[in-house]
Design a protein around this ligand. Structure first.
Ligand SMILES: Nc1nc2c(ncn2[C@@H]2O[C@H](COP(=O)(O)OP(=O)(O)OP(=O)(O)O)[C@@H](O)[C@H]2O)c(=O)[nH]1
Ligand SMILES: [Mg+2]
Length: 289
C-alpha cells in the first residue's frame, strides 16, 4: 500500500518546513518516505530533502513567465492546468514507489483550496492508482492574533475540507510563537498572540468568540456585520467540522502527536497481512520447543 499526505494551507503557513520535519520523523521511525514537490514556484533552497518527484521537472513558473509572458498568478494557474493535462507524467513518476510514504508539499494559493479543480483531480488520480490519501491543512498561530482573521482561517479550512472530501487533519502551526507563560511579557505576547490559557477556544473553535461584540483588540465591529457574524457563528456551531491540532516543531512530542493522528486518519499499516507461520523465520520459534 502506498500513502500520500498532502501538506496544504495558505501561503507561508509552514507547509515546506513541516514537510521536512515530517520526513525526518518518518525516516527516524525507519519508514520509507519521500518528498514530492507540487509547488511550481518553489526555490530549491527551500527543501531540506531533495524531492523525488518535482512539478518543476514538468513545468516551472519561471519558464512559464519568461516564455509565455504570464504574470506570477496567471503563470501559477497555467502550471496547475498543465499538470492536470499531463497526469500521465505524474503517474509515471509515481510508478517506482511501492509501500512508500509520499509527502506532497503543496503550493499556498488559497484558490487551490477553495474552488480550483487542481487538488480534487489530483486526489482522484492518486486514489485511482491505489494510493491512500489524506490532507493536513495548516494555518499558522498568528491567525489567533485577531478573532476575525481566525474565523477567516476556520472558514478557509472548512471550505477546503468540503472541496476535497478526503481524510483531513487541521493543524495550528508555529505554536512556538505563542507564549507559554501568561505573565510573560516578551515574545509572542508582545506580538499580540494569544497566550496559552486562551488557546483551547481557538484549537476547538468557539464560535461565540466571533459573536462577542466587544473586540478584544478594543475595536468595535461595525454593527452592519453583526447579523453576518451571527450567521457564521450559527454555521460553525451547527457544523463543527473544524478543530486544530497544535504543532510546535521545537517539541518532538508535538510532531509525534500530529504524525500519529495522520497515521490513524489514513489507517496506516492496518491492511498489512498478518504473517503466515511459514513466513516466519525459524528463529521466531526458538525457545518455544
Ligand atoms: N517560528 C516558526 N516559524 C516557522 C515555522 N514553520 C515555518 N516557519 C517560518 O515561516 C516562513 C514560511 O515557512 P514555509 O515552510 O516556507 O511556509 P510554506 O507554507 O511552505 O510557504 P509557501 O510555500 O510560500 O506557501 C519561513 O520563514 C519559516 O522559517 C514554525 O514552526 N515556527
Ligand atoms: Mg512552501
Amino acid at each position: 500500500m502506498r500513502y500520500a499526505v498532502l501538506v496544504t494551507g495558505p501561503a507561508g503557513a509552514g507547509k515546506s518546513t513541516f514537510s521536512s520535519s515530517f520526513l525526518t520523523h518518518l525516516k527516524n521511525s525507519r519508514r520509507t518516505a519521500h518528498l514530492v514537490n507540487l509547488d511550481p514556484a518553489a526555490s530549491p533552497a527551500s527543501f531540506e530533502y531533495e524531492p523525488v518527484i518535482d512539478i518543476k521537472d514538468l513545468v516551472s513558473l519561471e519558464d512559464v513567465m519568461s516564455e509565455l509572458g504570464y504574470g506570477p498568478n496567471g503563470g501559477l494557474v497555467y502550471c496547475f492546468e498543465y499538470l492536470l493535462q499531463n497526469m500521465d507524467w505524474l503517474e509515471e513518476e509515481l510508478g517506482g514507489f511501492d509501500d512508500d510514504y509520499l509527502v506532497f508539499d503543496c503550493p499556498g494559493q488559497i484558490e487551490l483550496y477553495t474552488h480550483h479543480p487542481f487538488l480534487p483531480t489530483l486526489v482522484q488520480n492518486l486514489t485511482r492508482l491505489g494510493i491512500r490519501v489524506c490532507a493536513v491543512y495548516l494555518i499558522e498561530s498568528q491567525f489567533m492574533e485577531d478573532k476575525y482573521k481566525f474565523f477567516s482561517g476556520v472558514l478557509s479550512a472548512m471550505s477546503a475540507m468540503v472541496n476535497l472530501e478526503i481524510p483531513w487533519i487541521n493543524v495550528m502551526s508555529k505554536m512556538d510563537l505563542v507564549t507559554a507563560n501568561p505573565d510573560d511579557e516578551s515574545g509572542g505576547a508582545r506580538n499580540g498572540l494569544r497566550q496559552r490559557k486562551d488557546i483551547a477556544r481557538y484549537l476547538d473553535p468557539d464560535p461565540f468568540l466571533l459573536a462577542s461584540r466587544r473586540g478584544q483588540e478594543g475595536n468595535e465591529s461595525n454593527p452592519r456585520f453583526h447579523a453576518l457574524n451571527q450567521a457564521i457563528v450559527q454555521l460553525i456551531e451547527d457544523h463543527p467540522l473544524v478543530s486544530f491540532l497544535p504543532l510546535d516543531l521545537t517539541n518532538p512530542d508535538s510532531i509525534e502527536t500530529v504524525v500519529s493522528h495522520i497515521d490513524y486518519t489514513m489507517q496506516y499499516g492496518e491492511d498489512e497481512e498478518p504473517k503466515e507461520p511459514h513466513d516466519l523465520d525459524e528463529g521466531d520459534f526458538q525457545g518455544l520447543e
